[in-house]
Design a protein around this ligand. Structure first.
Ligand code: FES
Length: 614
């Protein structure tokens, strides 16, 4: 739904003051990203808004120094969590300060983990005269042994062996599991070793994220996202399963997701100036339903008790067979799922936040259309999935959107009125998930909505709230609403939050909160014993932990225990893409996590109903 649905012209505030809060431009290197933030925001918050997630080991207390960044021009070192921005600045972010920075590393550096991608390239200066010489040349130049050629590579060799000796050739080869054996999957003329890319894809019910990674050095070349085009057949997994009740419909859903990935891939390739042919590996994480639709597995049984997956196992498929428009001999690896309801996206989140080795009691919350939760330590882990709905990803909200230009991502109460952070610093047009959480939390703080989620009549707040804020309490066709932006100039749009929007937030929050309570009971602990919370999701770039706690979305624990980790599912996919050893770790982790079906737990309905209040 768009603004047109809301006839607020009869009720619009007579005059909303123009806000003059200072905004500063923050440029990040080497990422090449720029964001506009309020004066007084921290570098950590600005980085989050730019989609750059920093380490916050001590929970932003200024103790651990893991968030250290440098300021241009004198490369002064400051703590991102403590430094308040008061003017335009340029910030350099070292690899060691990035979340996952220690995990995703370059070749040859003496850090925790090396890049050990599943597919490699080697340039051979003189074109070998026959296959045996080619195999020997590869063996002599790498650790790869017993290199077999696929039929495609054998044909390419035939063609290339007649080419000019001077240009040489590049062998593209895949390692065989747990051995030095390899398979040559392609041969390219000349030295193309610098052109080797991979995709880390996160397929959510509502949103699809695609990251383009340079496999030679781990550098992220570009990221893009879009709404999952299957949404025309329902916005949750239950509707998709119901729709896929015939082979034809299942094929249609499959084709929709393939088209969606292909469009995103074409977009990032053009943005990064690379050819899709140079992409030789893709790693996909998804919830189990999306995973099954992608692989064309039957999904009917996912919709009925006991909600069994056709297969939870990791799979490997040639891209050509899946009609993905990258190199047809590229391998597409889907990560292991946990259960019929908890997919490989949760495996990836748990991997990315370090649950394979966690000694502290940790809670990972991945907010998507289904909220996935993992609780425990490396010794014992429980997971569940709750039907949060797509509200926090911007869908089902009157003027909701993904975190795109023009989306409100934060709201400030500024003395006499509110002020907004809008992605791209232009006029507001929509509101994304992080803006939604912030706004509802502030409306609660101001007393504009009560603990049941209802708008309080404006008349009751007269004299208690500044006139400018009171003027934002309006009515539209659907009832009471709050006007965030009244701006049709310069491409802006009126943005209001309705009672229906708040109900959607309550449903999402209630489902996630109920899931947390049930997992805590399984572990036999109370929420104060949770030592670290990792908040992940593709709902926006940065959520203020205090807003998530105010809403009751997260447990009432000290804020320093809460770490915002961005789209950790995509980060986990990236780890699996860059280091093939993570495939085994991901499999073992998925098998270790115990799935809890919350709807079958005693008192679930009561817990859910109680969890909807603020
Ligand atoms: S010092 Fe900034 S998060 Fe620890």
């Amino acid at each position: 739904m768009l603004a047109g649905k809301h006839d607020i012209t009869r009720h619009k505030p007579k005059k909303l003051p123009v806000k003059q809060m200072k905004h500063c431009c923050v440029a990040f290197k080497p990422d090449g990203k720029r964001v506009f933030v309020h004066g007084g925001a921290t570098i950590l918050e600005a980085a989050g808004q730019a989609g750059i997630i920093l380490n916050t080991v001590c929970g932003r207390r200024g103790i651990c120094k893991k968030c250290t960044v440098e300021l241009e021009p004198d490369r002064r070192k400051v703590l991102a969590c403590q430094y308040k921005i008061e003017s335009d600045i340029v910030v350099i972010i070292p690899q060691t300060s990035r979340f996952l920075g220690q995990q995703i590393l370059e070749h040859g550096t003496r850090r925790q983990i090396k890049i050990r991608q599943a597919v490699c390239k080697k340039f051979i200066k003189n074109i070998p005269k026959d296959v045996k010489t080619l195999q020997a040349a590869l063996h002599n130049n790498t650790s790869a042994k017993d290199c077999e050629l696929t039929p495609v590579a054998a044909k390419q060799f035939e063609q290339l062996s007649t080419a000019s000796q001077a240009v040489g050739l590049t062998a593209v080869y895949r390692r065989k599991d747990a051995s030095d054996g390899c398979i040559i999957i392609a041969l390219e003329q000349g030295d193309t070793t610098g052109k080797l890319y991979g995709l880390a894809i996160d397929i959510g019910t509502t949103t699809v994220v695609n990251k383009l990674i340079d496999l030679t050095n781990g550098e992220q070349k570009a990221t893009t996202s879009a709404f999952n085009s299957q949404s025309i057949h329902g916005d949750d997994v239950v509707s998709r399963i119901a729709y896929a009740n015939t082979k034809q419909n299942l094929a249609e859903l499959h084709n929709l997701i393939i088209d969606c990935i292909n469009k995103l891939t074409a977009q990032i390739c053009s943005e990064a100036g690379i050819q899709p042919q140079d992409i030789y590996e893709a790693v996909v994480v998804a919830n189990t339903t999306m995973n099954h639709i992608l692989l064309r597995f039957p999904i009917k049984q996912l919709g009925m008790a006991p909600y069994k997956a056709y297969s939870v196992d990791a799979q490997d498929r040639p891209a050509g067979e899946m009609a993905l428009v990258i190199n047809p001999v590229a391998n597409v690896h889907t990560v292991e799922n946990i259960s019929g309801f908890v997919g490989s996206d949760t495996t990836a989140v748990a991997l990315a936040v370090g649950m394979t080795t966690a000694e502290k009691i940790s809670l990972a919350v991945d907010i998507g259309t289904n909220g996935e939760l993992v609780l425990g330590t490396a010794k014992r882990l429980y997971a569940t999935s709750c039907a949060a709905g797509p509200a926090l990803e911007g869908a089902r909200i009157a003027q909701g959107s993904r975190a795109v230009d023009g989306a409100i991502q934060r709201l400030f109460v500024n003395g006499n009125d509110i002020d907004l952070d809008v992605i791209g610093a232009g006029p507001a047009r929509t509101i994304c998930g992080s803006g939604l959480i912030d706004t509802v939390a502030e409306l609660l703080n101001l007393g504009i909505i009560d603990a049941t989620g209802r708008f309080v009549p404006a008349s009751r707040l007269e004299g208690k709230l500044p006139p400018a804020i009171l003027a934002r309490m309006i009515r539209d066709k659907t009832g009471p609403a709050f006007c965030l932006a009244w701006n049709r100039k310069n491409g802006g749009q009126t943005v209001i939050l309705t009672q229906g929007d708040i109900r959607e937030v309550q449903l999402a929050k209630g489902a996630i909160r109920a899931g947390i309570i049930i997992l805590l009971r399984k572990m036999g602990i109370d929420e104060s014993q949770i030592e670290q919370v990792f908040l992940a999701g593709a709902f926006g770039n940065y959520i203020r932990p205090e807003s998530a706690v105010r809403l009751g979305l997260l447990p009432q624990i000290p804020l320093e225990r809460i770490h915002f980790v961005g789209n950790a599912a995509a980060s986990g996919a990236e780890m699996v893409l860059l280091d093939s050893d993570y495939r085994v770790l991901a499999r073992d982790l998925a098998r270790k996590i115990e799935y809890v079906e919350i709807a079958h737990e005693p008192n679930f309905q009561t817990i859910f109903a109680d969890s909807m209040g603020f």
